[in-house]
Design a protein. Structure first.
Length: 95
């Protein structure tokens, strides 16, 4: 594999490049709890809040919901495998 091919493989894998696809999950155990993860199955999401259900995705050039920082989300996914967040009571009631 050439150096260029290696760089492209890293980008696709979400190695910190802004092209990372971010998946959004909802906890079935705690309905107001959401998570961002780096893979569609949520393999690194906290087990104490499972089952998790994928409810959306953020494409490589899209902004996250609620004005969340994409950089902070990507950093948390790289470091911890996920980032948790809660819907406000008002938003959770609509969901």
């Amino acid at each position: 594999m050439s150096e260029d091919e290696s760089t492209n493989a890293d980008t696709v894998a979400g190695s910190g490049d802004p092209s990372m696809r971010i998946f959004i999950f909802k906890s079935e155990a705690s309905p107001d709890l959401r998570a961002f993860g780096g893979d569609l199955i949520g393999s690194r999401l906290p087990k104490q809040f499972k089952p998790w259900r994928a409810v959306g995705a953020i494409g490589p050039n899209q902004n996250p919901p609620h004005n969340f920082s994409r950089d902070a989300i990507e950093c948390a996914i790289r470091d911890n495998g996920f980032q948790l967040w809660r819907l406000s009571k008002k938003a959770a009631d609509k969901d």
